[in-house]
Design a protein around this ligand. Structure first.
Ligand SMILES: Cc1ncc(COP(=O)(O)O)c(C=O)c1O
Length: 388
């Protein structure tokens, strides 16, 4: 079947041959949800032990004080590993915040829009989270959207011309990986002296980036870093000290940075511990460059099936495709629903697309083993043979 001849409603669909039984390790499914997302199995097993008794203390990791030496060691190792894995220079600070990715949509303008007297920020609109970030920033100053890809339903990231980089702007914000649409900035734009701010929620630690190119990077933890609710911020120290009057203390980077471990209040200790285990896991697997290589191989397995098929239609333009979130459509909504349901029976969980876009989305973050996309690619081929 081709895209031009949609599946007729009256035709009885033939059952998709079952994919060969190759379940995910640890009696689990392959979990393709966009976040909260799958963790490395080794991390889950370690957490299970430590929840009961952390390091022989007789108390679990979620039960010990954030002021204890044990937790201090955890947060210090976490910060040091982030510096090492991302090659974060000394003139940058790492902060841990509450409120996930979206609280940063407020924290960034609260702290940075006052950098210049015009109180103006540039937001590139490349998808649902990018436009939400821009909307929220309008509460704190003047927001200009210099480029967007709305007209093509966000199937690409927009082109940025140098002349849009207004000199009176405080920063330019991009969403480096658009989770719902499955697009990403393969090349990070150059913004010269204008601080570049990036929401890296759905790609942090998945590819090598030069932190020096950014004034600030933030990420909700729930894809590649840890449990939801925690957010990590990396910012150039010289950007501190410009928060708007009335900025709540816990939302003020300068106030958080005044504590060595960003403890404006009790941090999310369990989440930070789980993040540490994930960072250790990334290091053990060869670091961010090794993640990038494996992620490219995993994504290629799926994009290859899409490109070789007249049945599946990739959503993102080639050249703008995300290695983290692979989005595609089937000839009609009924087939799409069947695809998601039958995939689940085959042990492939969480493939329904984001509500802003529909279709299918396979999120294949760092912790997704190669077996997941390999099995999904086989399933896609079998499903097309049975229904195409
Ligand atoms: C790119 C991006 N930014 C922000 C968010 C919002 O994160 P949170 O739900 O933690 O607020 C998400 C959530 O998936 C996301 O993908």
């Amino acid at each position: 079947m081709t895209l031009e001849s949609p599946h007729p409603a009256t035709q009885t669909p033939s059952p998709t041959p079952k994919a060969p039984a190759r379940p995910a390790p640890g009696n689990r499914v392959y979990n393709f949800t966009a976040g909260p997302a799958t963790f490395p199995l080794e991390v889950m097993e370690q957490v299970r032990e430590d929840l009961h008794d952390y390091g022989g203390l007789g108390a679990g990791i979620a039960e010990i004080s954030h002021r204890s030496q044990e937790f201090k060691d955890i947060i210090e190792e976490g910060e040091a590993l982030l510096h090492e894995l991302m090659d974060i220079p000394d003139d940058y600070r790492v902060l841990f915040c509450h409120g996930g990715g979206q609280l940063q949509f407020s924290m960034v303008p609260l702290n940075l829009i006052g950098l210049k007297p015009a109180r103006k920020a540039l937001y590139v609109d490349s998808g649902s989270f990018a436009s939400r970030a821009a909307d929220i920033a309008t509460r704190y100053g003047y927001v200009h959207v210099p480029a967007h890809s709305r007209e093509t339903d966000y199937d690409r990231v927009p082109k940025l011309d140098a002349e849009i980089l207004h000199q009176d702007a405080s920063y330019l914000h991009i969403t480096s990986n658009n989770t719902a649409m499955g697009t990403c900035w393969r090349d990070i734009p150059h913004t010269g002296p204008l601080p570049l701010v990036a929401d890296m929620t759905s790609e942090i630690l998945s590819r090598v980036v030069d932190v020096r190119r950014f004034g600030l990077i933030y990420a909700g933890a729930q894809k590649n870093l840890g449990p939801s609710g925690l957010a990590m911020v990396i910012l150039r120290k010289e950007l501190l000290g410009h928060s708007l009057p009335g900025t709540p203390q816990l939302l003020d980077y300068t106030s958080l940075a005044s504590d060595r471990h960003s403890m404006g209040n009790t941090p999310s200790t369990l989440s930070i511990y789980m993040m540490l285990l994930i960072l250790r896991w990334v290091k053990e697997k060869g670091g961010v460059s090794a993640m990038e290589k494996t992620n490219a191989e995993k994504a290629a397995l799926l994009y290859r099936v899409i490109d070789g098929s007249g049945f599946y239609r990739g959503f993102a333009l080639p050249g703008h495709r995300s290695p983290m979130n692979v989005t595609f459509d089937l000839p009609d909504a009924a087939l799409c629903a069947r695809f998601v349901a039958e995939a689940l029976e085959a042990g492939l969980y969480g493939l329904a697309g984001h509500r802003a876009r529909g279709g299918v989305r396979a999120s294949i973050y760092n912790a997704m083993p190669m077996g997941g996309p390999a099995l999904l690619a086989e399933f896609m081929t079998a499903f097309e043979r049975a229904n195409g």
